[in-house]
Design a protein around this ligand. Structure first.
Ligand SMILES: *Cc1c(COP(=O)(O)O)cnc(C)c1O
Length: 321
């Protein structure tokens, strides 16, 4: 919907990190856009704002920051670049529910409320879920009316229900972007319990952090860093191993102890689909996260006993390397 709303044309360029899920790119590729991948920052897998400006051309239409693990990107920097070059900012806030950014103006803003448009996900892997489903945030009024039409399969049915028009029909392109009432009800109950869900998730996150921080001091192992401007919504917990080989060994060690830990994105700039029509460029930090980042089991029902066992097992692995 965001790609349609900004009236993206074939050949337009969209800048986004390579370390993200395919959906970030597909939304724009489906409108004929060319994706220009930026590197991640050294601090965390988010887009390195300092590299964006060099990727802008006369065809660039939008920047798509992804708030990885629900941790805010450097939004002041990104919004300033976008403003200077007349670009749209579409936040991929898929993982970012209940997370915030405090910029130089000191105002705490919800992720997904900063760019012109933003998309959230309620996929089963997120903090609150509806199985499949999502939400678009329209932060710029100019898009509101058309968004409703695109959302209603390209019809002005919503205006009809409000009594604004006396019949409805096909007025634009669109699709069936809306969830069913049953799915919405399932999600609503979780929104009502968001605070309780988040409280438990933050407990899990903090327990991991406290249980592994001494280890991280001693070994070449990194834990997530939360920039000062960001909050932590406990979407996921990751470690960064020293090498991909070490990560492989840790994964199989954990598996041997019946713990399922998984790596994350295989960077999109090195994907089969992208390389079919583009040449390989080097994105050093992206490759590093692709090779070395490992996610630990993370879900609301994860018991404290199991958490302690996972922490203990990781500690025992590093005793032997
Ligand atoms: C989950 C996720 C998506 C896709 O969400 P869907 O609800 O499956 O469309 C997109 N981007 C990121 C960063 C995600 O984590």
């Amino acid at each position: 919907m965001a790609a349609i709303l900004i009236d993206l044309q074939p050949g337009d360029e969209v800048i986004m990190p390579s370390y993200t899920f395919v959906s970030t790119a597909n939304a724009f590729v489906l409108r004929g856009a060319k994706i220009v991948f930026a590197d991640s920052s050294t601090e965390n897998p988010n887009i390195d704002a300092a590299t964006i400006e060099s990727l802008i051309t006369s065809k660039t239409k939008a920047i798509v920051p992804v708030h990885y693990a629900g941790i805010a990107c450097d939004m002041d920097a990104i919004m300033a670049i976008a403003k200077h070059h007349g670009l749209f900012v579409i936040e991929d806030a898929a993982q970012a529910i209940d997370s915030f950014y405090t910029g130089k103006d000191g105002v705490k803003k919800a992720l997904g409320s900063i760019g012109h448009l933003a998309a959230f996900s309620f996929h089963e892997t997120k903090n609150i879920i509806s199985g499949e489903g999502g939400m678009i945030a329209i932060n710029d009024r100019q898009f509101a009316e058309r968004a409703e039409i695109i959302w209603e399969k390209g019809t002005n049915r919503s205006a009809f229900f409000r009594g604004v028009v006396d019949k409805y029909g096909w007025v634009d392109i669109g699709s069936s972007f809306l969830p069913s009432e049953i799915i919405a009800a399932f999600l609503w109950a979780q929104i009502e319990h968001l605070d309780a869900i988040q409280e438990r998730r933050k407990e899990i996150w903090n327990r991991y952090y406290l249980g592994l921080k001494d280890l991280a001091k001693g070994c070449n192992l990194s834990l997530p860093q939360i920039p000062k401007y960001a909050t932590n919504n406990a979407h996921l917990f990751y470690l960064i191993c020293e090498t991909s080989k070490q990560r492989e060994q840790l994964i199989s060690y954990l598996k041997h102890h019946q713990i399922h830990a998984v790596f994350h994105y295989i960077s999109l700039h090195s994907s089969e689909f992208y390389l079919r029509s583009n040449s390989l460029k080097e994105l050093e930090n992206t490759d590093y996260y692709s090779d070395c980042l490992l996610r630990l089991p993370f879900y609301y029902e994860l018991s404290s006993d199991n958490l302690d066992k996972i922490i203990e097992t990781i500690n025992s692995f590093y005793k032997n390397v």
